[in-house]
Design a protein around this ligand. Structure first.
Ligand code: PLP
Length: 391
């Protein structure tokens, strides 16, 4: 098959390109406006003003107050801060989470488990949905934190966060959500959804890498996990990454303006891709929920095809996709998310993720739909399991 020079990026759940407008906004904060935001002189005040402008842009995207936003190094740190910062000093207690969280939530929970905390990992159904009534049943008098992600990074399933937030609110238990995949992509309101803490990462939102934020509701009892000069009102010490913060703020401003239009455009491409793949390829199955799904997420299973081989073959045709097993747990080859929705190891390993971005267009999708069936056919031709006819 003719190899292509064309390059199509379909891995926006892994990271996104920095928007040129974001870069332009950041540039002056390297060589010209390089002040330390803690300094009292003009250079410092200029940096401080930029940081506070960005804080306003972040807060306004989720209906929070500016003082409830704290800048961190990214989604991983925000998750760690929320989970460890609200529980560690209590020494013991129950933390309720789900079985499909990102490692940035799973691992701090595992750390706390080793320290003597009790971790309840709620199962999900075949679409990746947590059952709110199961959450209710799991709450006891020892429960000190609920952490359930908003949208899943592998299969794109969107949880009923409003319902989960309401249950947490009624039980007076702090509720954290990892919103790294949904923030700036779909509407979020921390008041309406009863969210107490929410994790944000800039690079999933056309901002730079290595910067993020956490929303912490006013009044939530939290301790820092990084100690130092008392920046970010003592919650997160360390000289502010001013260019990064400016970039995140700009990314939020742009997301707010474009969200409605982007949801429509990206969802249309998603649905065309799902429809086309189902139509053109036999024994192909969509993983995750049909409607409660991120507008940009496509996750498919192709019987008899190894996901990693498919990613490599697509790469040769200029398409960047992701094998769903790429960020799996260390103790098995299959993704913990796909296992949780009931797929066997073989099924999970035959899945891939395509995540669309706002810079993709219809022609990209049609090119994909042209290349895909041929690549699958070639792979199935040499697939022992496919040829044994065990599908
Ligand atoms: C990417 C991601 C993270 C980690 O964010 P970083 O900024 O890369 O540390 C956490 N949670 C989810 C759901 C993610 O997709």
């Amino acid at each position: 098959m003719q190899k292509s020079k064309r390059r199509i990026y379909m891995d926006h759940a892994a990271t996104t390109p920095v928007d040129p407008e974001v870069l332009q906004a950041m540039l002056p904060y390297f060589c010209e406006r390089y002040g330390n935001a803690s300094s009292l002189h003009a250079h410092g005040r200029e940096a401080r003003d930029a940081v506070e402008d960005a804080r306003r842009d972040v807060s306004s995207l989720i209906g929070a107050e500016e003082k409830e936003i704290f800048f961190t190094s990214g989604g991983t740190e925000s998750d760690n801060l929320a989970i460890i910062g609200t529980t560690r000093k209590k020494g013991k207690g129950r933390i309720i989470t789900s079985s499909i969280e990102h490692p940035a939530v799973l691992e701090p929970c595992r750390y706390l488990e080793r320290e003597g905390f009790e971790i309840i990992r709620m199962n999900v159904d075949g679409y990746g949905m947590v059952d709110p009534s199961e959450l209710k049943e799991n709450i006891n008098k020892d429960t000190i934190l609920i952490t359930v992600m908003h949208a899943n990074n592998e299969i794109g399933t969107i949880q009923d966060i409003r319902e989960i937030g309401k249950i947490a609110y009624d039980a007076k238990i702090p509720f954290h959500t990892d919103a790294v995949q949904s923030f700036g992509k779909i509407p979020i309101n921390v008041e309406e959804m009863n969210i107490d803490m929410l994790s944000i990462s800039s690079h999933k939102l056309h901002g730079p890498k290595g910067i993020g934020a956490i929303y912490i509701r006013d009044g939530i009892d939290i301790e820092p996990i990084i100690f130092g000069g008392g920046h970010e009102r003592g919650i997160r010490s360390g000289t502010e990454n001013v260019p990064g913060i400016v970039g995140l703020g700009k990314a939020c401003e742009i997301a707010k303006k474009r969200m409605k239009k982007d949801i429509k455009g990206v969802r249309k491409m998603r649905d065309r891709l799902i429809e086309g793949l189902s139509e053109k390829i036999a024994k192909s199955y969509l993983n995750g929920h049909k409607t409660k799904r991120l507008p940009n997420n496509v996750n498919f299973r192709f019987a008899g095809v190894l996901g990693e081989s498919l990613v490599k073959a697509l790469d040769e045709h200029g398409i960047s996709a992701s094998a769903a097993s790429a960020c799996s747990s260390k103790d098995s080859d299959a993704s913990h998310v796909l296992s949780a929705i009931g797929l066997g190891v073989e099924e999970a390993r035959s899945s891939i993720r395509l995540t669309i971005g706002r810079e993709n267009d219809k022609a990209d999708i049609e090119y994909l739909l042209d290349v895909f069936p041929r690549v699958i056919e070639e792979l199935r031709l040499v697939s022992p399991s496919w040829n044994k006819g065990c599908w």
